[in-house]
Structure formats: C-alpha cells, structure tokens
Design a binder for this molecule. Structure first.
Ligand SMILES: Cc1cc2nc3c(=O)[nH]c(=O)nc-3n(C[C@H](O)[C@H](O)[C@H](O)COP(=O)(O)O)c2cc1C
Length: 199
C-alpha cells in the first residue's frame, strides 16, 4: 500500500467504439487529478476467455495473458472502478465474466466506484452493489450513470466518446474525490491491521 492509491478501472463494453470507455477514461483523468495512480483494463482491448473455475487458483500464473494481467493489476489495487454499459436492465456479460475471475482475495475492504452508460439508468450499478458486497468490497455512495446526450456524440480516435454534460462532469469530480478519500482511509485501516498482526 502507498499513500498515492492505485486504482484499477475495469471497462466492460465489448464494443470497439464505446460510451463506457469514454466514461471510464474521463473518470480515470479525474482520479489522476486527485493524485491516484490509475490503470484502465478495457475488456474489449484485453478480452478474457469464459471463466474456467479450475484455473482460478493460478492467479498471475493463469495461462491466458489477459487473465494473468487482470490478476496482477487487481492484486495490487487499493481501489476499483467498475464501468459498464446497461444491458437488459443490468451490467454486461463481459464484466460479469471478469468479476467471476476475482473474489474477496482482491476486493476485501477495498472501495469500489460504480459507473454505467445507458439512459442514465441506475439498474446496472444497483446490481453491481450486490456483487461488490458478495466479494467484501465497499461500494462508495456516489455513482455515475450517463446517457448518450451527455457525450459529444463523435467517436474519438481512440474509439470512445467524450462527456460534455456539465452536471455529469461535476458528478465525476465528486465521485473521484470520494473514491480517493475512501481509498486513503482504507489504506490506513489495512496498514493498522497489518501492524497489529505484526506483518
Ligand atoms: C444486449 C444489449 C442489451 C441492452 N439493454 C439495454 C437496456 O436494458 N437499457 C438501455 O438503456 N440500453 C440497453 N442497451 C443499449 C446499450 O446500453 C447501448 O448500446 C450502449 O451504448 C452500450 O454501451 P457502449 O457504447 O459502452 O458499448 C443494450 C444493448 C445491448 C447490446
């Protein structure tokens, strides 16, 4: 653990040109502005094979390089962001598959920020709160839910859209501030617990 928290963003759209990727990148920039070190793992650019539960225990030695990288990044993250498109009133299948690779080993008492794209619906992030609880993560209160009208509407060179809506941009700043606050606070808690154990 370090004073400058490391935050892993999982972007869960399986599309080449994606609003969710734009949302994830804007959140990443806001987090960096708060002093966090940010890693973005985009599940379109680094797709994971369907989970083989028998290989879960291999962790960073997983035979699939993208899965091994997921374990490497998640294992050192002080906090997470889960960003997803809204699919069938919930979150995407590729994000679910990625989360099934992980568990309380990675998420235990780590803060998790939730973000989604699709009609500003909160359904996906509501469902993700239940998943985060199941892996002992701490979902922060502020969440970000966007609609297409919140973006500039033109896919950038990097295959994503940029957010232009001032209300959403302001919410992202508050979200980043809150996630870094939780990350720093829980870093202190983890350090105190380790000291008590004599680690
Ligand atoms: C299988 C599927 C299910 C979807 N279900 C919903 C939905 O329930 N509500 C909604 O607002 N949009 C829904 N959409 C639309 C997506 O949210 C929309 O295409 C969004 O732009 C996808 O995010 P992305 O641009 O990051 O890929 C669905 C799209 C797909 C492919």
């Amino acid at each position: 653990m370090s004073a400058s928290p490391e935050i892993l963003i999982l972007a869960g759209s399986p599309r080449a040109v994606s609003y969710t990727r734009g949302l994830a990148r804007d959140i990443g920039r806001a987090l960096e502005g708060q002093g966090a070190r940010v890693r973005l793992l985009d599940l379109y650019e680094a797709p994971l094979p369907p989970l083989d539960p028998a290989l879960r225990a291999r962790g960073e030695d997983h035979p699939d390089p993208n899965a091994a990288e997921l374990y490497r990044l998640a294992g050192r993250a002080d906090a997470f962001v889960l960003a997803t498109p809204v699919y069938h009133n919930s979150y995407s299948g590729v994000l679910k598959n990625a989360l099934d690779y992980l568990g309380s080993e990675q998420f235990r008492y780590r803060p998790v920020g939730l973000a989604s794209h699709g009609g500003r619906s909160t359904q996906a992030v509501d469902h993700l709160r239940q998943v985060v609880r199941s892996v002992l993560g701490v979902a922060i209160p502020t969440q970000v839910c966007t609609a297409a009208a919140d973006y500039d509407g033109r896919p950038g060179e990097t295959g994503c859209h940029r957010i232009v809506d001032p209300e959403i941009l302001s919410r992202i700043e508050g979200f980043a501030d809150e996630l870094v606050l939780f990350a720093r606070s829980l870093q202190g808690l983890h350090a105190a617990a380790a000291a008590e154990r004599g680690a």
